[in-house]
Design a protein around this ligand. Sequence first.
Ligand code: ADP
Ligand code: ZN
Ligand code: ZN
Length: 741
Amino acid sequence: MNCSFAKIIINISHESVDRPFTYIIPDKLKGLVNVGTGVMVPFGQGNKLKQGFVLELTDETDVPENKLKEIDSILVNGIALEDNRIRLAYWLKRNYGSTMINALKTVLPVKEKVKESIKVTIVRKASLPEIDAYIEDAIKKRKVAELRLLYAIKEDERILKTIVTDKLHVSSTVISKLCEKGLIEAEEERVFRDPNKNQYERDASLSLSPEQKLIVDTVRSDWASGKSETYLIRGITGSGKTEVYMQIIADVINEGKQAIVLIPEIALTYQTLMRFYKRFGDRVSVMNSTLSKGEKYDQYEKALEGKIDIIIGPRSALFTPFRNLGVIIIDEEHESSYKSENSPKYHARETAIEIARMQGASVVLGSATPSIDSYYRGKSGEYKLFTLTKRLTGNQLPSVSVADLREELKAGNKSIFSRELQEKIEDRLNKKEQIMLFLNRRGVAGFVSCRACGFVVKCPHCDVSLSLHGSGKMVCHYCGYTAPAYEKCPKCRSPYIMGFRAGTEQVEDAIHKMYPAARTLRMDADTTKEKDSYEKILSSFLNKEADILIGTQMIVKGHDFKNVTLVGIIAADISLFSPDFRAAEKTFQLLTQAAGRAGRGDKPGDVVIQTYKPDHYAITHSVTQDYEAFYEEEISYRDLMDYPPVKHMLSVLVTGDTEVFVKALSERLVMEIKKKFDIFVIGPAPANISKIKDIYRYVFYIKSSDYEKLISIKDCLEDILSKRENKRESVFFDFDPQNMV
Ligand code: ADP
Ligand code: ZN
Ligand code: ZN
């Protein structure tokens, strides 16, 4: 292209990221300046030369010609780290559709002043026999929280206080109590005063099983021959994935390179964290959502300055700017939290692969139930696929059985618990073992309908059914709209209008009625609204303050509850009802994970799956825990329907406050696509949820095996949209969506 002007983002370290500036492309540089080119430009009053990066070429500008400056020169080999960041932001913008500023904000942390933080370390003060004596006493008095800390401090002389509180779920009160008794001491230290000090005694690497060794050796030899690849490890919990990650990381660090480890926050347990600290010492840094923006920035700086080698954290840790990145590990790679819900709606897995490509690093993905997307790429050879088949912990897999709820009704059992589940609940209550009851969706359960005429009560603002709550109110889970429950059906006047199926509250009520002595805890979006409530519920269940934990997906991830020997899945097929092409995959993953909660300790566990559809392949294969068989059925369905990963899919959501305009804009966009591209478009149609908070939503979908083609369509739409006069409607792009809107 031979455009006259270039829009340029000035080097970020100078804080002028808010908008691009327009520069004239001088004749001598025409044809050499492209989107993505690094340039030097005069900037500000003094016209000091600054690095910049070309975002866009154009022939038009609103700025008067005499105010414009010329590009000075092109940067040769000038790919500083900052340029890499900008390049990445541009890649995000291009591949997922967002503004450049949003893409930049994703990639670069906000610079904020950080209050100097004080690091507190819990240090063992008493002798080991003294600790042992105290442990005996604590067992007698059933002081479970104290016990957790005592066992930990017996093992490790020093533990960071934040880890004790956040990961061991031991409160500050308990810590102070043990301090008063002289067993431990809380030592304050300014952070990073002594960055090289080794906090923990180092653990040695384990000698690998042949299956594990094959993976580590392959990564090592690919590395040695200059290849950076993507590897996928499928292996159940306890099969040794983390050990493999750690040995790959050790290799990388030996080469003077760094590692990023992504683990969903909810799955990052105390045991895992401590294993990393013990293997790699203080060169490990942990990122989590409780860090302030300033603290996150502080971590980025440390990475830039080479003060740390390993960062562990959720999705956003991916953007840690290491200078010499060697590997990105993504554990639990199937987790939907790896896809951003805000623009740019990037997927951490694809973005990791791009970052690794830019920096010559490897990517290692791991999961017990890999996403269909990744497994497909593993099978096709795009990723190198490995399987770990043996459990190294010696714990047995739980035994899984199915209860057909249709049969229960036929047999006259109207309760929400099958006879088998009831028997097992009683048994565990008698044995004082713990139980988890899992309901895989809030909202859908408990919707209000008339059993005489079938009328379903919907939110007047959102087009989703209202849920009945214990308080006798109907609530919308999208917008919070509340109305008193009907006594009679507004349509047919029948009195049989009621909450249908069970929500978590109803499950809890039923338990209280049937087993009045059972102590319950409930964990769902309602009970975890307040800060820390999630941690509080977990720690009180860990402390055996309850016999039964009832909850939604939140309870199936992460934590090891050693005393849980029964997991009941109340209605396994609820999530199959959602109109989403990933519904079977999500159901299979959830059931497998939920089942994995049983029998983490030395006692074997039981799982009871209740369902109305015992023949559905997502159910049958989760009973036998046969991932491969599930994958085969699922991929043939995706293939038949042209869904990802077989083809790529772009969803375009148009929203606005006036339905006719939303519809008209959607139709116009679809028409333009059909005019310019030879491609089939599904829709436009009102979205599954056609209205949220009085904002109308229309959606259309395009599928193609060529991702680039979808990008061209998005670019074309963006172009049309930017030329609109009236911008009251908003348009959102989602590539290979995780959820159907
Ligand atoms: P995963 O990450 O798949 O859940 P881990 O790496 O945590 O599996 O391993 C499970 C358990 O087996 C851990 O206690 C770990 O220390 C142990 N383990 C892993 N690899 C080995 C090995 N090669 N030899 C002995 N024990 C191992
Ligand atoms: Zn009715
Ligand atoms: Zn609503």
